[in-house]
Write a protein that binds this ligand. Sequence first.
Ligand code: CU
Length: 142
Amino acid sequence: MNFFRLAVVSGLLAVMLPASAFAAETVSVQLVGERGGQMAIKLDKTEVPAGEVTFEVANVAANTPHEMVVIKLDKPGEMLKVDPAKNRIDEKKLMSMGEVSDLKAGQSGKLTVNLKPGSYELICNIKGHVAAGMVAMFTVKG
Ligand SMILES: [Cu+2]
């Protein structure tokens, strides 16, 4: 019976260790603003070390859906261009690292990604939202 208990305990340790061994960075993201007005993506930090990053995304708007897409930029300071015909950024041309999509007002969601050093942008690519201010710069340090 002792052997069995030992096996169970070591099995549990094996499951629990990875989570504590890589204490991942967490970034709190607030999606702010209503249709027809100013909008924003607010972050509690704009820079993290390379590795696993969890974005905890909350849509704090009263009645407007939002999303968050993580985009890797080719070079620092590069500005993403809004396609005037669609009033959003063409996602086919972007290097998306992942997203939390279609958050209704008051909803929240999570995205965990492994990020290499470089420059990133977080955007909400719902029609008109980038133009209304939903772009935030984000840096991953080496
Ligand atoms: Cu939005």
